[in-house]
Design a protein around this ligand. Structure first.
Ligand code: SAM
Length: 264
């Protein structure tokens, strides 16, 4: 089996062809269903039930290819009024083992609702396959700045200053609210996909759930963000995408010198 490759095709059909228990992590950013109303890939189901039934199928296949200690990250977004992802989370948590719900804080709001707060977050449902999971909290620590370290070192409760300094210099554990600014139109990273996720965000998910050399599978590769993150972190990857235009964008991106620069 070829790893580090883009497979052109339908997620369910292509996942079905893969052997079981090969992926250490699944990063899935599927169509949300009628949230991006101008994108035909987001409006391809007649009813919510059709969409949810389709999700049952690709998630079941994703969990089959996942290793027993692996994690599956499933992105979801609420639209102006739609709330299908709430149903999906509840349904998937009954079919599989719930592990966590991550909030991706996009740092800026993303639409102009007049009668409620401006939405600013997306959600990532995390499922596990077995009871014991691979998770590296140290890989996603957040550094304290020098001023904060000096301030915290003044706390007299800690007698061993060197140990305290080492602890602070390692940074704090990341919470399950991850703040990474969403990509703007003018962002250098932006490469022509309407739902492109920030590399920094996907890298955090890859870094905490896999080791170097592990395999990450993304059933909805889009512009190739998961592949770019996996490449940079020296993981193997397989991405499935059915739109050949997006595949070309992903290939260009993976080949581009800028991405390679980031990858070193
Ligand atoms: C939300 S986007 C993924 C964006 C990606 N995370 C990125 O950073 O670029 C969902 C992608 O799923 C693709 N897609 C839709 N239906 C699919 C299917 N049945 N099989 C594979 N890919 C599909 C769409 O073409 C779209 O690129």
């Amino acid at each position: 089996m070829n790893v580090s490759q883009i497979i052109e095709g339908d997620a369910v059909e292509e996942l079905e062809k893969l052997p079981g228990s090969i992926a250490q992590s699944i990063i899935a950013d599927p169509p949300y269903f009628n949230v991006l109303e101008d994108e035909s890939w987001d409006t391809q189901w007649k009813t919510t039930d059709d969409y949810l039934t389709w999700c049952d199928r690709w998630v079941a296949q994703s969990m089959r290819v996942l290793r027993d200690d692996g994690l599956a990250f499933i992105f979801g977004q609420l639209g102006k009024r739609e709330h299908t992802f709430l149903h999906l989370m509840s349904r998937l948590s009954q079919q599989h083992q719930f592990h966590d719900l991550i909030i991706w804080d996009r740092a800026v709001g993303y639409d102009e609702r007049r009668d409620s707060f401006t939405p600013q977050y997306e959600m990532v449902l995390v499922l596990r396959k077995g009871d014991k999971v691979k998770f590296n909290k140290d890989a996603v620590r957040i550094p304290y700045d020098a001023k904060t370290i000096e301030l915290y070192l003044k706390d007299k409760r800690y007698k061993d200053v060197d140990a305290r300094r080492a602890h602070l210099e390692a940074g704090k554990y990341a919470t399950n609210i991850i703040r990474v600014p969403s990509l703007k139109g003018i962002s250098r990273e932006k490469c022509g996909h309407p739902s492109q996720k920030p590399l920094d965000l996907i890298e955090k998910l890859v870094a905490c759930s896999t080791d170097e050399g592990d395999l990450v599978i993304d059933p909805f590769l889009g512009s190739g963000t998961t592949a770019a993150a996996a490449k940079r972190l020296r993981r193997k990857w397989i991405g499935i995408e059915k739109d050949s235009n997006y595949i070309q964008i992903a290939r260009n991106r993976l080949d581009s010198s800028e991405e390679l620069e980031l990858a070193l």
